[in-house]
Every structure is written in structure tokens, then in C-alpha cells.
Ligand binder design. Structure first.
Ligand code: NDP
Length: 262
């Protein structure tokens, strides 16, 4: 029931594009307030405008407060200073969507640069953990809240050329599972959304593939040829659905594929 989102405040990391942007807009449309967080200020501003439009079009009275926060989740000092960048009226967060993440390249073990290893771990794992640590303190204090983490099929199935990315997403899976068990018997919910399949093609068509191919847009586009990939909106719908279940229901884990993949 979408009315459960009315007036809620959602923090979405990696909200400047792809799944995070689609998620922010869908929450805005559903009458929620949204804090949009990412590194690129210009892209964030565009998505924030789209949120304002989506909320206007919804005609809903509740929600409609938005803040874009330029922040790198891989930098602990920046994460620690998060609240100083968020207007007071949006500091009481109900739902955290830990979506920021990426994969770089297809190198095999022994050929991967230390910089790439650190970049992926610092954002996908340390960043996700730092933001969760901050928010879960508040959730415990007020005895409500929902943590929604973006895992991946890569957090279940390793593949050649994906050792670091799959290690980061397996770490997300382990972290999320432990958090879920720590918070059992509290009203705080913990969800992991795992988009997939066709590992090498990254089956949600977003900038994810362009980052993976280090900016080579042609190569990134080619991987989807002849396939019918999921869209960022498909995943956003799933996230918003999980967030709008009745309070006694926790969607612990979901795996979502395009219909032509298994
Ligand atoms: P995109 O590349 O389209 O978006 C990634 C977002 O994360 C961008 O908004 C980017 O913004 C942000 N981001 C990256 N690093 C940081 C950082 N250090 N601090 C803050 N924000 C950051 O990818 P998707 O939307 O496709 O991916 C979103 C999530 O879904 C990721 O966790 C990914 O692993 C997961 N996923 C994606 C799949 C796919 O096929 N696309 C499949 C399975 C899982 P900015 O550059 O402005 O910081």
C-alpha cells in the first residue's frame, strides 16, 4: 500500500543516476521526502528537479521536501559529517537505500590494480557500512527504520573477471544478513535487493556498464544487444514495494532477472 510512504523521509545513496535516481523519483511520486546523495552535484540537481516535478504531478500534500547532498560515501570523514549537509527538517530518516556502487573492468587476479581494488571496496563495502552505521544508531534510538541494500546476483554467483566486484557484493550479502539477524525482534527492517543476470552484461541498463568499461560507451552499449535488460525503474519499483509493505512484513532478500534470463 503506497499510502505507507506518505510523509516518510528516505535517504538514497548514488541518487545522481541509474537505479538510485529512479528510486528517488518514485519515492517522490509516492509522497515521500528524499535526501539524494552522490558525488556529482550537477547530475544530482537534475534528479532533484525530476523529484520536484514527480511530486507536483502526484498532487499529494505529504512529502515534497528534497535535499541534494554532494558526498563521497567512500570517505569516512564526509559520511561522518553527513548531517551538517542535510536540512534539519530532513534529519529524521525512515528509510535508507544503500545503492551507491560500481564495478571496474574485467581483469583477472594478478592483473587488477590496487587502485581499482580499493575503489570498489571503499564504495561498495566500506561506504555502505559507514552510512548504515550512522543511520542504524538513529533507527535503534527511535525503534523504527528500514535499511535497503543493493546487492547483486554477483553477491551469489562469482564469475571469472569479477573477483573484486563479486567479493564486494558477497560482503554486502554477509553484512546485510548479519544486520537482519541483529535487528530481529525490533521493528527495524532490513532488505537486500539483488538485480541480475547475465553477469557480463549487467542486466539493468544504466551507466553501470559505462563505468565498468571505463567510459567506453560503445562497448558498454554493445553488451545489451539482442538482450532485453531490466530498467532502473524496474528495480526502483521493487525497492519502493519492499518499503511499502505492512510494518510486520520484512522483505529480506529478492533476486530479480529479465524474463529472458535464468
Ligand atoms: P550507475 O552507475 O548508473 O549509478 C551508480 C550511482 O552510484 C551513481 O549515482 C553514482 O553517482 C553513485 N556513486 C558511485 N560511487 C559513489 C560514491 N563513492 N559515493 C557516492 N555515490 C557514488 O549504476 P546502477 O544504478 O546500475 O547501480 C546501482 C547499484 O545497483 C550498485 O550498487 C550496483 O552494484 C547495483 N547493481 C547494478 C546492476 C546493473 O546491472 N546495473 C546489477 C546488479 C546490481 P556519482 O558518480 O555522482 O557519485
Amino acid at each position: 500500500n503506497a499510502s505507507r510512504l506518505l510523509g516518510k523521509t528516505v535517504l538514497v545513496t548514488g541518487a545522481s543516476g541509474g537505479i538510485g535516481a529512479a528510486t528517488a523519483v518514485l519515492f517522490a511520486k509516492g509522497g515521500a521526502n528524499v535526501i539524494l546523495l552522490a558525488r556529482r552535484a550537477d547530475a544530482l540537481a537534475k534528479v532533484t528537479e525530476a523529484c520536484v516535478d514527480a511530486h507536483k504531478q502526484s498532487g499529494l500534500q505529504q512529502g515534497g521536501k528534497f535535499a541534494s547532498v554532494q558526498l563521497d560515501v567512500s570517505d569516512l570523514d564526509q559520511v561522518t559529517a553527513l548531517w551538517s549537509k542535510v536540512p534539519q527538517e530532513l534529519r529524521d530518516v525512515d528509510i535508507l537505500v544503500n545503492n551507491a556502487g560500481f564495478v571496474l573492468g574485467f581483469e583477472h587476479v594478478g592483473e587488477i590494480s590496487q587502485a581499482d581494488i580499493e575503489a570498489m571496496f571503499k564504495t561498495n563495502v566500506y561506504g555502505l557500512i559507514s552510512v548504515t552505521q550512522l543511520l542504524v544508531k538513529d533507527f535503534k534510538a527511535k525503534q523504527s527504520g528500514h535499511v535497503i541494500n543493493l546487492g547483486s546476483i554477483a553477491g551469489r554467483e562469482p564469475y571469472a573477471g569479477g573477483s573484486i566486484y563479486t567479493a564486494t557484493k558477497h560482503a554486502v550479502n554477509a553484512f546485510t544478513g548479519s544486520l537482519l539477524r541483529e535487528l530481529v525482534n525490533t521493528p527495524i527492517r532490513v532488505t537486500e535487493i539483488q538485480p541480475g543476470k547475465c553477469i557480463l552484461a549487467s542486466m539493468v541498463e544504466t551507466e553501470f556498464s559505462i563505468v565498468r568499461y571505463r567510459g567506453d560507451e560503445q562497448a558498454a552499449k554493445k553488451v545489451y544487444e539482442g538482450l532485453d535488460p531490466l530498467t532502473a525503474e524496474d528495480i526502483a519499483e521493487e525497492i519502493v514495494w519492499a518499503a511499502s509493505r505492512p510494518p510486520h512484513v520484512n522483505i529480506a532478500e529478492t533476486l530479480i532477472f529479465p524474463v529472458n534470463q535464468a
